[in-house]
Each structure stands twice: as C-alpha cells, then as structure tokens.
Design a protein around this ligand. Structure first.
Ligand code: MSS
Length: 366
C-alpha cells in the first residue's frame, strides 16, 4: 500500500481515510473501508480518469447538457431536460475498472497497480437507452456497435484519436444500458461522470462513458486508441490490436474485505470473514471461503438485500481461528454455474483478474 497522498482538488469532497491515491486520476478504495450495507457511498468510491476531468462548470446547469444521438432513424441532439421526459429506470450495478486486481499479477503489467478497490456497488438512475432509441425511430439498419464519447476537452495539437475516451460495445449491450444522471440518490458528481453518464450493467468501468456527449450506433468499432489498442486481452509482451478480445463483459469474482491485513492484528478466537461477490453478467449464486489456501472450502452466507443480478452481495462466514498464519480465500459461482477460477488469464494489460488465488489474503492470528 503506497504512502498516503493528498486527494486532488476535484475530489476533495471524498473521504481521504477510505482511499488510496495512486495518482490524480487513479484513486482506489481501501479494503478495510468497504462497508457491509451493499452500496458504496460516493465519498468512498474509486475514481479513474484517463484524461483530466472537465471543468466543474458543466454541472452548474445540468439540464442544459446536450447529448448527440447518431445511427438511429432520426438523429437528434437532446438536452438532459428532454432526456428526463423519455423514461426512467434504476439499476444497482458494480462499477469495476478493467484493471482492478492488476497489482496482483506477478508480472507487474504497466498501469495502475490496483488491488481490489477499483470497484464499488452503485445505484444508478436514468433513461433507458431503449426508450431513447424508440423515441428516435429505432436503431438505423445494419448497426453492430453502440459507441459512446466522453465530453472532455481534448488537448490541442495532437490527434484526437490518440487520447479521446470513446468506446464501442456490442449492440446487444443497449438492452440494459441507461443514461444516468443520478448516483446513490443524488445528482451524479462530476468526478463520476455528471451531468450524464452511460451505464452498461455488467461491463467493465471503461465502457461506462462519463460526461457523455455523443451516443452513436455504428457499423464499426471506434478508431480511438483506447478501443483499438487499449483495453484488450493481449498476450504478454504484445501491444493490443483489434484481433485481441476487447475488455467488455465482467466475470464472476469475489474478495475478502475483513479481516484485512492492513487493519492490523487478528486476535485468536471467533472471527467473521466478510467480503463481496458478484457475477458480472449473471447473478452470483454461491460463495465459498477457505482458511487453508484453497485446500478445503465452506459455504459462506449472503447477508443484506439482493439488489439484482448486476449488484454485488456481501457474504460472511464465522470461523474460530487459533494463533497462526492463514491463507484465506473466497470463490464465487454465478447462476450459470461459472466458478471463479484459480488462475488469472495472463495478459499484457493486466485486465480482468478474477483469480481466487491471487485474491487470497495472508493473515496473522495472534
Ligand atoms: N469516461 C470518460 N469520459 N473519461 C474517462 O477517463 N474512464 C473510464 C470510465 N469512463 C473514463 C470514462 C474508466 S477506465 C473507468 S474504470 C471508469 O470510468 C471509472 O469510473 P469512476 O466513476 O469510478 O471514476 Mo478502468 O476500466
């Protein structure tokens, strides 16, 4: 865990004691700071900005924010006030950076060495993309992707494609996607994409475009570097290219939040092992816990409300531990029977790490 750095000013309202600041654009939640009531409060939620966040003036008059919609029968530009009249849906979904768990790759891929905290469980409210499309006559014929463009001002004098945050996802992702203006019951903070953000439940963080200014249905994936070369499952040592799978859907995953080694010594006796588990695209069904590094497993119990298939669930297992060293691990299974794997899929970018072994914790019980 790196030494504490101060919070950058655009997120000065966050809870510094809950966060690890890797850089001004990469801030993760401490393992010991996750609460047990499902939702991650905004003050504790991680932040990942590929570009400096836009000026706060864009949230001064939220309803005036404009979204351009292309690749539909009747392309249009609508402001947030107009969008709010088209429909409303609320979804609880895990927001997780594609690189969460990168810091657990022994190969130390370049990029932020996130541990487990580049993730949170958030309630989003907004207009379903389906409702928007219906109002504009439907998706134009032959479209294959849904492409969202971030509203950052791009630095001048360089090729926009090299820096712009623009991502394409398969067209089917539109079914559950919403354009959100509210997060955990409050107007969407600028740091998390206010005034308007694309939320694609089940897809990794990068696909959830903040301060979205254009939503387009397209025949091809965007040529932006962040899509063409970035965020791909590429063999170690290789630069990402369009023949490598794009980082889109999340996979089944869990980790332990308590006892956290960073929180100090664990006293011998009764111990509650707690953590979170989610399925990515499918509901999480079960989670098992091991205190012997994966030799034996016991079923843990889910606690708290089930907020739907894209949310995570908190789990708990009561154990008695004598003094000694333990390797505690957890392993989730989704409703389709997909089990969190023992091994990570090696890849150059350090993406999609859901290995239970990498996520195991060493604890010292005294
Ligand atoms: N969007 C925009 N516009 N920009 C940027 O930068 N980033 C990404 C997403 N979106 C961006 C966007 C990422 S990459 C992530 S993770 C996310 O977002 C985060 O979120 P928050 O709210 O937490 O900050 Mo990785 O896969």
């Amino acid at each position: 865990i790196p030494a504490a750095k101060p919070l950058p000013s655009y997120v000065s309202w966050k809870d510094a004691s809950a966060l690890i600041v890797h850089s001004s654009g990469t801030i993760e939640t401490r393992r010991s700071a996750f609460g047990t009531s499902v939702i991650t409060p905004a003050e504790q939620l991680y932040v990942r900005n590929n570009l400096p966040a836009p000026d706060a003036s864009i949230v001064a008059n939220r309803d005036a924010w404009e979204l351009q919609i292309d690749g539909v029968k009747r392309p249009a530009t609508l402001n947030l006030k107009q969008l709010k009249r088209l429909g409303l849906e609320t979804v609880t979904a895990v927001l997780q950076c594609s690189g969460n768990g990168r810091g657990l790759f022994p190969s130390k891929p370049s990029g932020t060495p996130w541990q487990i905290g580049a993730a949170g469980c958030v309630v989003w409210s907004g207009v379903p993309v389906r409702a928007l499309i219906a109002a504009l006559g439907g998706v134009a014929d032959g479209m294959v992707y849904m492409t969202g463009t971030g509203g950052e001002k791009l630095p001048e004098g360089i090729d926009p494609k090299s820096v712009m945050v623009e991502r394409s996802v398969p067209l089917k992702a539109l079914d559950e996607a919403i354009l959100a203006w509210e997060m955990n019951g409050a107007p969407l903070p600028l740091a998390h994409g206010g005034p308007l953000r694309l939320i694609i439940p089940g897809y990794t963080g990068v696909n959830n475009i903040k301060y979205i200014k254009r939503l387009a249905f397209t025949t091809e994936q965007t040529e932006a570097n962040i899509q063409k070369h970035g965020y791909r499952i590429s063999p170690p040592g290789q630069k990402g290219d369009p023949t490598h799978p794009s980082v889109w859907e999340m996979n089944v995953k869990s980790w332990i939040n308590s006892p956290a080694p960073e929180a100090g010594e664990v006293p011998a006796g009764d111990t509650l092992i707690q953590g979170v588990a989610f399925g990515g695209m499918h509901a999480v069904k079960t989670v098992e816990v091991s205190v012997d590094g994966g030799k034996s497993w016991k079923a843990a119990r889910f606690i708290g409300p089930d907020m739907g298939k894209y949310a995570w669930r908190q789990f708990v297992l009561a154990v008695r531990l004598d003094a000694g060293n333990y390797t505690i691990a957890c392993r989730a299974t989704d409703s389709q029977g997909q089990v969190q794997p023992e091994a990570r899929v090696e890849n150059a970018g350090g993406y999609n790490n859901n290995s239970w072994k990498d996520h195991a914790l060493q604890i010292n019980v005294v």
